[in-house]
Design a protein around this ligand. Structure first.
Ligand SMILES: [Zn+2]
Length: 121
């Protein structure tokens, strides 16, 4: 059983930070480093690595989008379930990347099937 309220607080917090940062970046035309939350779980599981070709502003707004999607899934009651098969997302993974919509298996499959750009370490 996962503690949805805890994730919701973290996601709302992140949304706020990313939102501020993204607007600031748009004004400044230049981003800052994204500090991925490492307060819980295993930092080495963190899925998001800064791609050299990605500007930080782009990364911020991409993650902001995913954070907002995750908040919508909390409201819809489907948070913590993989978008592909509805199976549970690994708690360790949720701790490291609370906005992730996929379990590890499908994330890996999607990456292998899809983009060349590598998001995982
Ligand atoms: Zn899955």
């Amino acid at each position: 059983m996962i503690n949805i309220q805890r994730y919701k607080r973290r996601l709302l917090d992140l949304e706020k930070k990313l939102d501020e940062r993204t607007s600031r970046d748009l004004e400044a035309g230049r981003g800052e480093l994204l500090d991925t939350p490492h307060d819980a779980g295993d930092a080495s599981v963190a899925d998001v690595a800064v791609d050299a070709e990605f500007t930080e502003a782009e990364l911020n707004s991409t993650i902001l989008q995913q954070v907002q999607d995750a908040l919508r899934r909390i409201d819809a009651g489907s948070f913590g379930k993989c978008l592909v098969d509805g199976g549970p997302i690994e708690p360790k993974r949720l701790n490291a990347v609370p906005w992730t919509p996929y379990c590890l298996k499908h994330q890996t499959l999607l990456e292998a099937a899809g983009r060349e750009r590598n998001w995982t370490l």
